[in-house]
Design a protein around this ligand. Structure first.
Ligand code: KG4
Ligand code: ZN
Length: 349
């Protein structure tokens, strides 16, 4: 076991209050992207590298955890070296200039998380710098700080393959979940429905593309909502299954099914976000997570700007898994450094 406790030996300040420039190197490996980035003061990306495993997993129709972990092992050194190279080229920053090293601790696939986290811890030990463990979901929210001047408070819609939450972000370090899914996450629903109608992996983006050519009012599907701010997507998924079966082997109107499903999901999500905004009195709203790349959800969220809200949505490269958002989160969301023995976790605690 590693005995060194970095925080006690390195009483170095980090974050917006520290009063000097922070350069955080972060590693992300919670699912099927091996990523490394270096971010200055939580907002300025000076290196950003992502090695995607999509092609590998496409052969199997989904992410195979053991294969994903092995691919992370193959890619991790390459992405770290490339991030150091970019930082040198873009900003003249050397490894010794890094203020702290960060890694995603969860939620995610345990075998995958272990690869990235151990690399981040090793770098912290080698360069004798503090280590920060980052929650993947908080990191997605912080993707909105990259290249912007966004400051809390704001309302956030976090939509990914594993989560669907409306979050009240009161300050950089204080946030409250005010609504969430009681069953499938929205990305999971996209992927499952895509599979049902015969679209290849990764289903979500493919379904989105098809939907853009279909009629969103072709089929009436049940709204995916429960209670005031919670969601449920399993009934909607079953409704699509019934619809598919009703065609009894005839050719499916795939584009219209996609468009109707997308309309149903996006309108439910955005309606609830709007209600949460109204209740909070905030004038800023952000969208985060892999599904924030969805064209219709983005459009409907951006339409809120016509009602006077300031809308933030990360560019596509910061919506899907990346390490720049992890570095930003380490900067803004950190109250303390972590013990080097911090462990990974698979689910939201
Ligand atoms: O945040 P992310 O990269 O990984 C998780 O932390 O889950 O999100 C991945 C999810 C997948 O379910 C994928 O199908 C979905 O985001 N996704 C989309 C789109 N792009 C990615 N879903 C709908 N429309 C898209 N354009
Ligand atoms: Zn993610």
């Amino acid at each position: 076991m590693i005995k060194k406790k970095l925080f006690s030996e390195a009483p170095i300040e980090i974050g917006p209050e520290s009063g000097y420039d922070n350069y955080i190197m972060a590693i992300e490996s919670s699912c099927d992207e091996t990523a490394c980035a270096i971010v200055k003061n939580g907002r300025e990306v000076i290196a950003n590298v992502v090695a995607s495993q999509i092609k590998t997993h496409a052969q199997f129709g989904g992410v195979i955890p053991e294969i994903a972990a092995r691919e992370h092992m193959d890619s991790i050194n390459i992405v770290v070296e490339e991030a150091f190279r970019q930082a040198k080229e873009n900003a003249g920053i050397n490894p010794e200039d890094i203020t702290a090293f960060a890694g995603t601790v969860g939620p995610g696939l345990v075998g995958c998380l272990l690869v990235g986290l151990n690399a981040a811890k090793t770098l912290a030990l080698v360069y004798d710098k503090p280590f920060i463990g980052v929650n993947h979901l908080n990191a997605h929210l912080c993707g909105n700080y990259l290249d912007t001047d966004l400051k809390p408070p704001f309302m956030a819609l976090l939509v990914s393959g594993g989560h669907t939450q409306i979050i009240d972000v009161k300050s950089y370090s204080e946030q409250h979940i005010i609504g969430e899914t009681i069953d499938d996450a929205v990305g999971e629903a996209y992927d499952k429905v895509a599979r049902l109608i015969g679209l290849p992996y990764p289903g979500g983006p493919k379904l989105d593309k098809m939907a853009q050519e279909g009629n969103p009012h072709a089929f009436k599907l049940p709204e995916a909502k429960v209670g005031e701010f919670d969601f449920s997507f399993s009934g909607l998924k079953t409704a699509v299954l019934r619809l598919v079966k009703s065609f009894d082997g005839q050719e499916l109107p795939v584009k219209d099914i996609c468009a109707s499903f997308q309309e149903c999901v996006s309108s439910t999500l955005v309606k609830k976000v709007k209600k949460a905004l109204e209740q909070s009195g905030y004038d800023q709203v952000v969208i985060a997570g892999g599904v924030a790349a969805n064209s219709e959800i983005r459009k409907k969220i951006f339409d809120l700007s016509e009602e006077g809200y300031k809308v933030f949505a990360p560019p596509m490269k910061y919506c899907t898994d990346n390490a720049a958002m992890v570095a930003s989160c380490a900067y803004f969301n950190t109250n303390t450094f972590d013990d080097i023995n911090v462990e990974v976790f698979s689910r939201v605690k």
